[in-house]
Write a protein that binds this ligand. Structure first.
Ligand code: SF4
Ligand code: SF4
Length: 313
């Protein structure tokens, strides 16, 4: 996969700017569990085995990457080292859909790759299909790529045949909308000639959804896709913020403050702390989230109503 940022830990100057946006740092104040800590340890000869706890703590939210002035591939650094550990341990990932790739089938103009959580929430999924579809045919892909997302998170190799199978029905569509931030980034690298949008981006681009947002809303961007396509998506969310007057989980440097409620490696992150940080000095009438997992996370901290973006209408 082509990394967005190609420099390695060797380029780390120790400036500590990555700490400002890292939810693990905010929760633990343990420098060993941050990009700074990992990069400096590697510069001094540490191996993946020395960094097991640190590697396990990272949620891959990506908030550190736009902050890093040295353009280091900080997410790739973690997944690469996780992959080394998995190889040493002999971890054998299992992949779905290893049948031959389907051929000859023409897909509708838009396909949605729903996450497992979304698939389990039939009412919300239906609402999303209705909003995104309008007069355009949309189909939910029968292959959610959950195993691929897992492998990307853990740095595990993915067989070419599995990738081909996953991509086959997507190659004949015009637009792919993807709920999983890790898959969003991978698809940008794997699938050319097809428009790829994150679910939050696709829903928030709809005029009928945008006009329902107002200046008393607090809008929560899903961070993984946002940080991996930061330069492009900043314009999208800036225009949404200016048009609606809503506030967002963006800090001064326009990194999206992550809750990471849906991340596999979120054990070291205090989600309540992250939410209090977001809401500090703010008193929204409504909280609008892109990630379904954030609904429960907010409900744990605040009585303010929380609604998924697809349910605004
Ligand atoms: S990806 Fe997120 S959790 Fe991991 S180091 Fe960067 S900011 Fe911290
Ligand atoms: S922001 Fe980049 S250069 Fe600065 S300490 Fe973090 S990883 Fe190193």
């Amino acid at each position: 996969m082509v990394p967005l940022r190609s420099r390695t830990y060797a380029a780390c100057s120790g400036c500590s700017l990555c700490l400002l946006s890292c939810p693990v740092w905010r929760s633990t104040h343990d420098i060993r569990l941050t990009p700074h800590g990992r990069a400096k340890a590697l510069q001094h000869g540490a191996t993946a085995n020395d960094l097991v706890e640190s590697l396990d703590s990272c949620t891959l939210c990506g908030a550190c990457e736009p902050a890093c002035p040295e353009s280091i591939d900080l997410v790739g650094m973690v997944t690469g080292l996780r992959g080394e550990l998995a190889q040493q341990r002999g971890t054998k990932p299992s992949f779905d859909g290893m049948r031959p790739a389907p051929t000859g089938e023409i897909s509708p103009p838009t396909m949605l790759i729903a996450s497992q959580t979304l698939t389990e929430n039939a009412a919300l999924l239906q609402s999303i299909i209705q909003q995104l579809g309008g007069n355009v045919a949309i189909r939910v892909s029968s292959d959610s790529g959950t195993d691929i997302s897992f492998a990307l998170t853990e740095g595990l190799p993915i067989p070419e045949a599995r990738i081909e199978h996953f991509l086959a029905p997507l190659k004949t569509t015009l637009r792919v909308i993807v709920a999983d931030g890790r898959l969003f980034y991978a698809l940008k690298n794997w699938l050319h000639g097809v428009t790829i949008a994150s679910l939050g981006e696709a829903l928030s681009a709809l005029p009928k959804v945008r006009e329902k947002l107002n200046d008393s809303d607090f809008y929560v961007i899903e961070p993984v896709a946002f940080h991996r396509d930061h330069e492009r998506l900043i314009s999208h969310y800036d225009s949404l913020r200016l048009a609606s007057g809503c506030t967002m989980n963006l800090d001064l440097q326009r990194m999206a403050i992550p809750i990471t409620a849906s991340a596999r490696h979120s054990g070291r992150v205090n989600a309540d702390l992250q939410i209090r940080w977001m809401l500090e000095g703010r008193n929204p009438a409504r909280i609008v989230v892109e990630d379904i997992a954030d609904i429960a996370a907010f409900a744990h901290v605040t009585d303010t109503p929380v609604v998924h973006l697809a349910n605004l209408l």
